[in-house]
Ligand binder design. Structure first.
Ligand code: SAH
Ligand code: SF4
Length: 438
C-alpha cells in the first residue's frame, strides 16, 4: 500500500508541478519519506534517516534549499510534533492526505514553513488523484483502506484511519485504465482486504468475492491477487472464487498471528485457532493446489515457553508455504502497550530465530513438491548477472516475500510474457526451471 501511495504522489506532483523522479537525494528539489509505523521504533528510524539526508544534501550543496516532507503513518502519528525533533522538515502529512500535496507544496514555495495536514479528510483522496499515466504489467489497486478491528498490538486503525471501501465503479475504472496501459496482473490491496464492502451505482453491495468476479471480466486482466485478509472476515463465496475464477491466483495470505487461543484472545483477533483451521481446510478442499502464507507475532505479552511451543507445533502441523514472522513491538497508544508479562528482548529474538529455522525446512519441503511440474510463469525481468535467465512469477506467487521463478530460456523473452516452465530446482523461497513452450 505504501508503494502504491508513493507512486501516486509521484503521478500527482508530476502533473501539478512537473516534478519527476531522480536517482539520488542530492539531485532532488523535494525529498519525501513515505513512512511505515507498524513496528520496530519507526519514529527513531525516520528521525535518523532525516538527519542523514539533511547532512548529505547540505554537504552536497549548502546553498540549495531542499524541501523535506514526511508522509505515511509516521507523519500521521507525529503531526506537528515532528517539527520539534526535525525543524527543517517543511511538510508533514498522513496516508489519507497526500492528495493535498500540490497545495501544500505551493504554500512552501510561497515561503510558508512547517506545514502539517493530518486531519482525516471527509473527501476521498482517490477522487483527487489523476489517473495513472502509465502502468507496469502488474499493478496494484487499493480497494479498501483503514481498519476497524483494533487488534491490541496494532497501530493501523490509528494511522490509516477507519475502515473504508471504495465504490465498485471507481475500482473497475482504475483497473480498466491500468489494463489499457498494459497491466495484466491486478493486485487488490487493503489493510483488511476481505472486509471489502463497496457499493455499485445501483446501490448494490459487493463483497470481495463479487468484486474479484467483476475485475476478472475487465478485458486484459489475466491474473488477480489480493492482500491482506483477516480470518474473521472470511466467507464461503471468497473461497468459491478460487475454484470458479480462473484469473484468481492460487495463493492466499491469511495471517493468524498466534497458535494459542489465549494469546489470540489477548490480541482480540476475534477468532480461535480451530476456526482458522476450518477456513484453511475449506480453502484446500475447494482449491487443492492453493498455496498459503501466514503472519505470526513472536513474544506478545504473556507468551510463555509453553505457548511458544504451541506456536511451533502449529506451524509444523499446518505447513504454510511462507511465513511472515515478526518480533512483537510494543506500540504506544495500543491496548497491548500496558499489558503485563512482557517477554524480554533476548527471549523474543531467540524464539523468532527458532521459528524461522523450523519454517525454513517446511518451506523447502513445500517448494520441492513443485519439482517436475510445469508452471505458467509471467516474466518480470531479465537477470543481469546470468545469460539466458529471467525472473518471473507463477500463480502460486508470494512476491511480497520473495518466491520468484528463475527461468532459463534460450529464446529472448520480454517482461509480461507468459511461458510454461518445467521446474527443475527448488530452494527455500524460489524455484528455477526451463521454458518448455510459450
Ligand atoms: N491486517 C492484517 C495485517 C496488517 S499488519 C492482519 O490483520 O493480519 C502486517 C503484519 O505486521 C501483521 O500481520 C502482524 O503480524 C505485524 N504486526 C502488526 N503490528 C505489530 C506489532 N506491534 N509488533 C509486531 N508485529 C506487528
Ligand atoms: Fe492491524 Fe490487521 Fe488487526 Fe487491523 S486487523 S488492527 S490492520 S492487525
Amino acid at each position: 500500500m505504501n508503494a502504491y501511495d508513493a507512486g501516486r504522489m509521484v503521478d500527482l506532483l508530476q502533473q501539478s508541478h512537473t516534478l519527476s523522479m531522480v536517482e539520488t537525494p542530492q539531485q532532488a528539489d523535494l525529498i519525501i519519506l513515505n513512512t511505515c509505523h507498524i513496528r520496530e521504533k519507526a519514529d527513531d528510524k525516520i528521525f535518523s534517516e532525516l538527519g542523514r539526508l539533511k547532512k548529505l544534501t547540505n554537504r552536497h550543496d549548502p546553498k540549495k534549499r531542499y524541501i523535506f516532507g514526511v508522509g505515511g503513518c509516521v507523519g500521521q502519528a507525529q503531526g506537528a510534533e515532528l517539527f520539534k525533533r526535525a525543524p527543517f522538515v517543511d511538510l508533514v502529512f498522513g496516508p489519507q492526505n497526500y492528495h493535498h500535496l500540490p497545495h501544500m507544496l505551493d504554500q512552501v514555495l510561497q515561503g510558508k514553513r512547517q506545514l502539517h495536514d493530518i486531519e482525516i479528510p471527509t473527501e476521498s483522496k482517490f477522487d483527487a488523484l489523476p489517473s495513472a499515466p502509465n502502468s507496469g504489467y502488474s499493478a496494484a489497486v487499493p480497494v479498501q483502506e483503514g481498519c476497524d478491528r483494533f487488534c491490541t498490538y496494532c497501530v493501523v486503525p490509528f494511522t490509516r484511519g477507519r475502515e473504508w471501501s471504495r465504490p465498485v465503479e471507481d475500482i473497475i475504472q482504475e483497473v480498466q485504465n491500468l489494463t489499457d496501459k498494459g497491466a495484466m496482473e491486478i493486485e487488490l490491496l487493503g489493510q483488511n482486504v476481505n472486509a471489502y464492502l463497496g457499493y455499485d451505482q445501483e446501490g448494490v453491495e459487493h463483497d470481495l468475492a463479487l468484486l474479484i468476479r467483476q475485475v476478472s471480466l475487465v478485458p486484459g486482466v489475466e491474473r488477480i491477487r489480493f492482500i491482506t485478509s483477516h480470518p474473521a472476515d472470511m466467507n464461503n463465496d471468497l473461497i468459491a472464487a478460487f475454484a470458479e475464477v480462473p484469473e484468481l491466483n492460487s495463493y492466499m495470505h491469511l495471517p493468524i498471528q498466534s497458535g494459542s487461543d489465549k494469546i489470540l484472545a489477548a490480541m482480540e483477533r476475534g477468532h480461535t485457532v480451530a476456526e482458522y483451521l476450518t477456513w484453511i481446510e475449506k480453502l484446500k478442499r475447494v482449491c487443492p493446489k492453493i498455496t498459503l502464507a501466514s503472519d505470526f507475532i513472536v513474544g506478545f505479552p504473556g507468551e510463555t515457553e509453553e505457548k511458544f511451543e504451541e506456536l511451533l507445533s502449529f506451524i509444523k502441523e499446518t505447513k504454510f508455504e511462507k511465513l511472515g514472522a515478526f518480533i512483537y513491538s510494543s506500540e504506544e497508544g495500543t491496548d497491548a502497550y500496558d499489558m503485563p508479562d512482557k517477554v524480554s528482548e533476548m527471549l523474543k529474538k531467540k524464539r523468532f530465530e527458532k521459528l524461522m529455522m523450523a519454517q525454513q525446512n517446511i518451506s523447502l519441503e513445500k517448494q520441492q513438491q513443485f519439482i517436475g511440474k510445469v508452471l505458467r510463469v509471467m516474466i518480470d525481468e531479465k537477470k543481469k548477472t546470468q545469460k539466458d535467465c529471467y525472473i518471473g512469477r507463477s500463480e502460486y506467487d508470494f512476491h511480497e516475500v520473495d518466491g520468484v521463478v528463475h527461468v532459463n530460456s534460450e529464446k529472448e523473452l520480454s517482461p509480461g510474457d507468459f511461458v510454461d516452465v518445467k521446474i527443475t530446482d527448488a530452494y527455500e523461497y524460489d524455484l528455477s526451471g526451463i521454458v518448455i513452450s510459450d
